[in-house]
Design a protein around this ligand. Sequence first.
Ligand code: ADP
Length: 845
Amino acid sequence: MQKKSTQEEQRLAALHSYHILDTAIEDDYEELTELAAAICGTPIALISLVDEERQWFKSHRGLEVTETRRSQSFCAHAIENPTELMQVENARLDPRFQNNPLVTGDPNIAFYAGMPLVDDEGYALGSLCVIDRKPRKLNEVQEKALKTLSKQVVNKLVLRKKLRELETVHLQNIQVSLKSKESERNLRLIIEQSPAAIVVFRGENMVVDAINPAMLELLNQQENILGKPILEAIPELEDQPAYDLLKDIYLSGQSISRYDTPVSLHRNGKLEIGYFNFTYAPLMENGKVTGIIDMAIEVTDQVNARLAIEESAHQMREMVMNAATGMCIIRGQDLVIEIANDPMLKIWTRTSEQVIGRRLTDVFPEVVDQPFPDLLRNVLNTGEALAIPELTADIAEIDGKINRIYIDFAYKPLRNSDGEPEAIIATVTDITETVKSRKLLEQSRSQLQEANVELGTVNEEYIALNEELVATNEHLRRAEENLLKLNKKLKEKEESLRLSIEAARMGTFNLNVETGVIEVNNYCRELFGFPEDIKVSMKGGFGTLIEDRKRIWDAMHFAIENRTLFEEEYRILRKADSAVRWLRAVGKVSDPAIGLDKHFYGTILDITDRKASEQLKEDFIGIVSHEMRSPLTALKGYIQILEWKSKRANDVFTTDITKKAVRQINRMTTLITGFLDMARAGEGKIYLNKTYFDLTDLMKIAEEEVLATISTHKIIFHAVERTIVMADQDKLEQVLLNLINNAAKYSPNNSRIYVTCTKRDAWIRVSVKDDGMGITIKDQAHIFERFYRVIGAKTENISGFGIGLYICKEIIDRHAGRIGVESALGKGSTFWFELPIAPLSETIH
Ligand code: ADP
């Protein structure tokens, strides 16, 4: 601590010895701060000297105040390390300075770089510093320049101190001279004690007459130089300007002073150039020059520093010329382009010859109305740097075409020795491509935004749709609830149906036509005799059929394909006990509107008992008719003999009776024949005796027969074309007579019956039309069935068995013909049958 305070005391003593504190502004120092600010590109540059309480500014470029408290001083920190440049890149982040009022308030220091001013004795007197209001960092060139400039400041201080001392000596000299030139010894003494380097030459040869230690040191010579002619002692001076000037003094008798003069001297074992400020003064005796006093100060360091500055100015120029971005220097209010590098020329679309040394506004007349000239002049007027990013510039190419470009630019002032901004260093970067791509990006971003907005709309629509969906869902939910209820009801119905079916002892089946899977109820299993553990299949079902398998199979497929009613009776051999059973199956294909797979479902009844009773009936009729036919034939024979005898005996009464008896026997015969036919038909045993014959013959026979037997009705036979058919003539006669008899039976007496024959295509149709009671559509569907009779008040008293039409249909079917009726209740009936007409080629035989 003790040591430190002593050191500080010595440092302060050294500082005070320079007599610099509180002196006036001097150009030398102003120039140096200007250079420092220009090179480092900062708005503030200071020469700060640190005394006990404060830092005082010998030069304060860019700052109003002349001193601040030492405690707030950055330089006080800088001088702690006298050999190093102190750099604070961002004072706001540096704990040493972040609360410093110079940082928190005016001048708002952010950046500081200070190089200590260290004199020959090693005392750090203060610093040369540059300051900015924004954070930054010096580059290598700038650091080097600041160091060099700080040496220059020190040199100036030293020079000043020496000059001051010289003046003192001079004064003393003069005083000595005034004291009537005491003795030469005295003069030598004075010279010797002078802190300035002094040498006295005598005579034409310029013999060294007196020399002080300062000059000996300067010339790197020893005391033995005394008494030697100058060229002998310092031969290298020959032909040097400094020596020539000495010779001139003998001729002119005038004092001369020279500054920064280079002189080559052998020093430190080599020939080196030193720079000197010197004054040669003649020594006059009797109006004649007898000698010269040479007083010199070495300024080698100062000159070297200046050269270094010039070098850095040169480097700046180089920097401008070699910069990758556009850079130029524009000088004066006229805005003359001093230098411009290649990128700048490229932006300008000009050659160096077209711009250098010319006014900006002459080279680019179009910028007169643009902001650049004013901005540039403003920098010159205020000294404030300016940077504007992304400015539009319209540059006219040589052919006059205007080219719009985008630039980032920065203008920094360059100051003259008076500190006045006199030029501008402009940095311009062409960012046209970047801006264009950014604009493209912005455009696509805005398109994206639009797309987003559109998406938003779509989203809204989607939300609306969603709401609709929610509503629909609610609908569906309710519908589902209803469906569940309906399903429940359906189940109940199904159950009751099942129970009814079970009660009715009805088998049910449900065949999935697509998959072939069949489901049956338990009774159905019972009907076919399938055990419970066996899976029922269609094949298994058909396997039980005794005959007609193909017919039933085809009928089922026909019904499935044509969606018609399947209604068949067949015999099976029941699986369980091999009993023969008659079954009646009714089925239909499902409605396609239901949308399920195609299903064929239906019911099956056991009709074995009904079949058995029918068979009994048939058997009985067959036997009875057969048994009755023989006695009846015999009876008819006897009656005919009786008729023949009575005719011969002219017994009119007996003849009449026998005729009636024959007619009754004929009726009886017809009846029995019918029964027999029916029995045969039931067994499929109606045999045809087919021949080619003319239908007109048949009609004629029928007409004769009818006219003989029916007197109750008017029967009209229409004329008939000759038509050959291939048929059993007797059987067809039987059919026609049956139809005519029915017409008479079921229509009022005396009404008309028409018998016609019409041809259509290859078919011949025979029709019997009556004006009788007519038949309902419902009954029409059944009257061709065996034993079917229409039951009603009108038919009550009409005898019959319901087998006539059945036999007619069997006969016509066996001829591959067709039979039918057209009728309506109360509107009469037309019964008809059709037969194919025999082709002409066949009829020739
Ligand atoms: P039947 O006449 O012996 O009863 P059919 O088989 O000849 O038997 O006739 C069947 C039924 O058809 C008759 O019972 C009758 O009801 C009806 N039928 C037949 N022909 C006619 C007709 N021309 N007009 C009205 N009904 C008729």
